[in-house]
Design a protein around this ligand. Structure first.
Ligand code: GAP
Length: 439
């Protein structure tokens, strides 16, 4: 057996994403814009799969509702949330090479010596740099009209807590889920779509009675772990990291990162936070509107505690791609779970001849009623396999002369093992159904 290797160099994944239409650099023909990326035809399919799986896991429950809040919010939201005062990173510049760094990310030795990690030059004193993007609302660029692009989707949920509680008839404990764009003017973006300036979050805020928050925190840690494993992530590549006192965000009583072992080290891709009554308490204070909940079960009144699960959509996608990347002597393939793969199967007529094209199109149309599939009749079969392997298509179905002349069925080739078997034409849909059900 040839050795199958996992991803060791992110550049291999970046190159694959580009050549197969998963992810392109934003505004590439103008030289690109730093830390912004565009999803191509297959990338958007896979990203939609991630979002749908998350949405179904969250909102197909009786105790969670979905919303879609605006990106632009009242500026006071960000004062209440603590982002105006506290959402900043300490920034240092190298006086020699002019590079800019986050002081807290500079390697300890350099920090103590106050040297530039790039050229060894002298660094400036740290300045606090707010990560929120500012823009102007209305036609006049005056201070009064400054608004921010939201740096997290969570606040759109908090300010709608009373609206949702009043209209959905949910009783605590219950959650509100949202998927949407967030923006951060990151000082040190990088590692492809890992840290970008525009990204999507998939956040769920679970509102609970104070005193039950620790139990719910444990519950959501386990739920999120199970979800990631159900998407095919290898268990030995993820771990939970608890925030120590120095790491905890201003709103959190307890926090865990879910980390993945990327080629560039263990890194967070989701956070579970016990945010206590900080958020609703602050919105009550800043808006002057009561954010209490009347609990009919025991006639008590309280500001709910919040247990948050906060995942980056792009970062989850990157995690799944990095985890699925495999290289062998003669090929690269993405060992994606079929529910994430952009195409569930590819249909190949052996040659572009009418007697093969016609049955191939028939099989393709049959499959397309049920699955997202592609028909590919160009190039050698080997090249076609290679293309589908690289985008993670689990099955390739080939129609050859035996299919039509001897009624000998089609060959189905498995992505991960390259094994092939012959299946009767009438059984192909059922065969794929069974394979996906038992994956
Ligand atoms: N509401 C809580 C919150 O936003 P966070 O740890 O700052 O918490 C949550 O962000 C998740 O959002 C991260 O785990 C990551 O997946 C994603 N995320 C944050 N900043 C990002 C960035 N610059 N680029 C891509 N994803 C990012």
């Amino acid at each position: 057996m040839a050795e199958i290797k996992s991803l060791t160099d992110m550049q291999d994944l970046v190159a694959l994403a580009k050549r197969r239409g998963l992810v392109f650099q934003s505004s590439e023909i103008y030289g690109g814009i730093n830390a912004c990326w565009d999803y191509g035809p297959l990338g958007v399919e896979m990203k939609n799969n991630v979002k749908q799986l998350w949405w179904r896991a969250m909102v197909d429950r009786d105790d969670i509702e979905g919303i879609d809040a605006a990106i632009l919010m009242h500026p006071r939201v960000w004062e209440a949330s603590g982002h105006v005062a506290g959402f900043s990173d300490p920034l240092v510049d190298c006086k020699k090479c002019k590079q800019r760094f986050r002081e807290d990310k500079i390697h300890d030795e350099n920090r103590v010596a106050k040297k530039c990690p790039n050229c060894g030059g002298e660094l400036t004193e740290p300045r606090m740099f707010n990560l929120m993007f500012k823009t102007f609302m209305g036609p006049v660029e005056e201070d009064a009209a400054v608004v921010y692009l939201r740096p997290e989707t969570a606040q759109g949920i908090y300010v709608n807590f009373q609206n949702v509680a009043a209209t959905s008839r949910q009783k605590i404990p219950f959650g509100i889920a949202q998927i949407g764009k967030a923006f951060r003017n990151e000082i040190t973006p990088g590692n492809f779509i890992f840290r970008t300036r525009e990204f999507e979050q998939m956040e769920m805020q679970f509102f609970v009675k104070p005193g039950t928050d620790e139990k719910w925190f444990e519950y959501w840690m386990e739920e999120r772990r199970k979800w990631h494993l159900s998407n095919g992530l290898r268990a030995n590549k993820i771990r939970f990291h608890e925030h120590g006192p120095g790491e905890l965000a201003h709103y959190a009583k307890k926090a865990f990162d879910i980390e993945y072992e990327f080629p560039f080290g263990w890194q967070e891709f989701e956070g579970i936070h016990n945010r206590t009554d900080f958020d609703l308490g602050r919105h009550q204070e800043y808006s002057g509107k009561k954010q209490e909940y009347y609990d009919e079960s025991d006639k008590s009144r309280y500001i709910p505690y919040i247990v948050e699960t906060s995942a980056g959509c792009d970062r989850t996608l990157l995690t799944l791609l990095a985890d699925a990347y495999r290289s062998e002597e003669d090929r690269v393939f993405l060992a994606l779970h079929p529910k994430l793969a952009p195409y569930k199967a590819a249909v190949f007529p052996l040659m572009k001849k009418p007697e093969l094209m016609e049955p191939a199109e028939r099989i393709y149309k049959d499959l397309a009623k049920k699955f997202r599939v592609t028909l590919d009749e160009t190039g050698s079969i080997g090249k076609r396999y290679y293309r589908q392997d690289e985008i993670g298509t689990p099955f390739c179905i080939t129609i050859d002369f035996d299919t039509v002349e001897k009624n000998a069925g089609v060959t189905v080739r498995h992505r991960d093992t390259k094994e092939q078997e012959r299946i009767e034409v009438s059984r192909v849909v059922q065969y794929l159904d069974d394979q996906f059900a038992n994956w």
